[in-house]
Design a protein. Structure first.
Length: 256
């Protein structure tokens, strides 16, 4: 529907074992946006996790890691839904009060209008069968993996700050907030998947780094010297330790 830009759609449905065709013009809803991303339902907050390229937020010098405190003079009290609603319902410019490095920053942003299109249907929740569980677990895993890869890309391009990374201290805080066994297991699965993908990054001391060295050796058709490989691994290991210390330091700061 987004790609169709509100034009008439031909929708084919299955009803009582028979196919039925409908021609429908989607309902258009105009929303205002400044080009910030606050996360998905699992990790959403008023802390800006990324900024879209060439967006009003980027032009206004809003930074990744800024936390939204007020929108148009109204406090959001950490409620990201309220922050989004206030931005979308702004009549003209959006006046933001942000927390940046423990200091308040006031920024005025001129939002842009985007259109969303709807058919006006609510889809049925899939039945809880073993088959459906396996099917949706597989595709949820794929979706989450792709979002992780995208976040890694944004990390190396500077669209996501290193201060947004979370270490053992931060993770333990998130785990402590789980309210059910199901939520706890789901979070453990996300952490496990995150570690698995991170471990494949082409950084020395990680499995991905070892794979990269093996590829280099295959191209050269001869192994690297043991001394050189040890030096590369030690440099990578040292960088990872420094990164871990920095991330843990930020985790501790967030506690206060």
């Amino acid at each position: 529907m987004d790609k169709n830009n509100g034009k008439n759609l031909n929708v084919l449905v299955l009803r009582d074992g028979k196919e039925k065709s409908f021609n429908i013009t989607p309902t258009a809803e105009e929303i205002k946006t400044i080009g910030i991303y606050l996360g998905t339902e699992e990790d959403a907050s008023c802390i800006i996790k990324s900024i879209y390229e060439n967006s009003p937020a980027e032009k206004a010098k809003i930074q990744v890691g800024d936390e939204i405190l007020e929108v148009n003079g109204e406090s959001v009290n950490g409620d990201y839904n309220k922050a989004i609603e206030l931005i979308q319902t702004s009549e003209e410019n959006v006046n933001l009060v942000l927390s940046r490095n423990k200091k308040e920053v006031e920024i005025e942003v001129k939002p842009v209008s985007n259109k969303l299109y709807y058919l006006g249907v609510i889809f049925k929740i899939a039945d809880k069968t073993v088959g459906n569980s396996l099917y949706y677990a597989f595709w949820n895993t794929i979706d989450f993996s792709m979002s992780l890869i995208d976040n890694v890309k944004q990390l190396f391009t500077g669209k996501v700050g290193v201060d947004q990374l979370m270490g053992p201290v931060g993770i333990s805080g998130v785990v402590a907030k789980t309210s059910s066994v199901e939520e706890f297991i789901y979070l453990m699965a996300l952490i496990s998947l995150s570690l698995g993908i991170t471990n494949l990054l082409p950084i020395p001391a990680l499995d991905g780094g070892k794979i990269l060295l093996l590829i280099i050796e295959a191209i050269r058709r001869k192994p690297l010297s043991e001394k050189l490989e040890i030096s590369i691994q030690m440099i990578g290991f040292s960088l990872l330790i420094l990164l871990s210390i920095y991330v843990s330091y930020n985790d501790v700061l967030r506690l206060f």
